[in-house]
Design a protein around this ligand. Structure first.
Ligand SMILES: C[S@@+](CC[C@H](N)C(=O)[O-])C[C@H]1O[C@@H](n2cnc3c(N)ncnc32)[C@H](O)[C@@H]1O
Length: 462
């Protein structure tokens, strides 16, 4: 225990790591509740969901842990000043009074993001400029030098938030957005944002207790996020050291290492004994997925197939299917309506009662051509695109179309499509490389499960 003298009395110094403070976790529209669940699970308190963010309380260890583990957070911000300002001069004066030298050094770089609402501060850029002026003027007067601005890669990112006359200054503890997981070695034409991919999987309520399949997997984002969840790999395991809080003056390496070790020890602690499969028609994009999987050392846990989705069975047994088909925005498909109709037909004919299907799309016209009524429609944003995340529950015998196709003897009612009698293709595991399977038949390939410890454990990115 460290003892300090205060007014002649000896008092123990409070361990600042136990002090609780407010934080803000930023996320995407529609993912607030799943992020709140993630924060609750790591011990956050006083959780409140607001638009595209979650407010919560915790100590510095929780700040580290939230950054390292939350799959649906884009950034963790720590408020450090709150005051009233009724005009530009008051904003300048209040910002000037803050002891900025306790936060950053003159040789650092910083930037300010701002959002304003209300009648007083109508231009967020101008408010940010005033704030910047106050910071650099304080440094210049006290130290004769000033920190520089870097809008691309600043050491310190501040958020200025003004609502009417209420000003809050926050520091971004994450740095680069947390969707930059560090595992992307290669991407296809339209990769999905990693935070959105993780959020979609969480929105399905998946408990890692079924197979997982993406029939249009592209560069494999959904597969990797699913595999990381299944194996309890922290969201930022592959990110390395790129967290802004590591540059803070108050950064405590020992506490960070202890949080990281606690989380890393959980890797592979789940009993996940299911298949994770991906399929894509484009062999080039599939090889990007393979590169990403090899980088994460998850290539032995995920099986990739090359072919059109309608020719590929899902894994045997209960399977969650989550996919991000083309919307016609970045990937041009000649007849998107026909493709979505084909998707619906595939759900009905090739997937069965063991499958629950979810897909995200921004093409509301094409969506109608799936020919099945979604049981859930969740609004999400993919970049700027207004999307719906749709759930289709498949009940054997309950679909009119399915019954009709069976009575006319059409191929593949939900049970029969699996039972083609074709010999299964086994995945070659000895090479350590996940082979991309070129489909030539509609046979269901069988994968041998890997034995031994999860290969991800030997990645030390402390
Ligand atoms: C929006 S991208 C998926 C991106 C992926 N989620 C990622 O993060 O990289 C859609 C994918 O569907 C694939 N695709 C298009 N038509 C297909 C088909 N008939 N069968 C299988 N895949 C198809 C494209 O090659 C593309 O990779």
């Amino acid at each position: 225990m460290i003892i300090q003298k205060q007014n002649g009395k000896a008092v123990p110094v409070q361990n600042s790591f136990k002090e609780k403070f407010k934080m803000v976790a930023k996320t995407m529209m529609g993912l607030e509740e799943v992020l709140a669940d993630e924060l609750r699970a790591i011990g956050a308190q006083n959780i409140e969901c607001i638009n595209r963010a979650v407010l919560f309380e915790g100590d510095m260890r929780l700040l580290y842990r939230a950054n390292y583990t939350c799959r649906t957070a884009l950034a963790i911000l720590k408020p450090f000043a709150e005051f009233e300002a009724n005009n530009d001069q008051e904003l300048y004066d209040q910002v000037y009074r803050i002891k900025w030298e306790k936060i950053l050094d003159v040789d650092c770089t910083f930037m300010i993001d701002s959002t304003t609402s209300g009648e007083i501060f109508t231009h967020s850029y101008f408010a940010a400029l005033k704030t910047k002026d106050a910071i650099v003027d304080r440094f210049r007067r006290n130290f004769g030098q000033r920190p520089s601005i870097d809008t691309e890669n600043a050491d310190y990112k501040f958020n200025l938030h003004i609502r009417d006359n209420q000003v809050t200054l926050l520091i971004n503890s994450s740095g680069d957005s947390l969707h930059k997981r560090g595992y992307r070695q290669a991407v296809g034409l339209a990769p999905i944002n990693e935070v959105l991919a993780a959020g979609m999987i969480k929105l399905t309520g998946w408990k890692c207790d079924t197979n997982f399949y993406d029939p249009m997997c592209g560069s494999g984002t959904l597969l990797i996020e699913a595999a990381m969840m299944a194996m309890n790999i922290p969201a930022q395991y592959y990110r390395g050291d790129r967290f802004a809080f590591k540059r803070w003056k108050e950064f405590n390496l020992g506490e960070w290492k202890s949080v990281k070790q606690e989380e890393d020890r959980k890797i592979g602690s789940t009993d996940f004994d299911y298949e994770i499969w991906g399929n894509d028609i484009d062999l080039n994009v599939l090889s990007q997925a393979e590169k990403n999987l090899q980088f994460t050392k998850l290539h032995k846990d995920v099986m990739l197939f090359n072919g059109s989705f309608e020719d590929q069975d899902p894994p045997e047994g209960r399977t969650l299917i989550v996919t991000n088909p083309p919307y016609g925005e970045r990937i041009k498909i000649e007849d998107l309506n026909a493709m979505y109709q084909q998707l619906g037909d595939t759900f009905k004919r090739r997937y069965g009662k063991d499958c629950e299907v979810w897909l995200i799309t921004s093409d509301f016209e094409a969506m109608k051509h799936i020919g099945l009524k979604p049981s859930k429609k969740i609004p999400l944003l993919n970049g700027q695109l207004d999307c719906r995340f749709l759930q289709f529950e498949l009940f054997e015998g309950s679909l009119k179309e399915n019954r009709a196709s069976r009575s006319t003897g059409a191929r593949g009612d939900t049970g029969a499509s699996r039972d083609t009698g074709a010999s299964p293709v086994e995945k070659e595991r000895g090479t350590g490389v996940s082979p991309v399977k070129k489909r030539s038949t509609s046979a269901s390939p069988v994968k041998e499960r890997s034995t031994g410890a999860s290969p991800v454990n030997d990645n030390d990115n402390n």
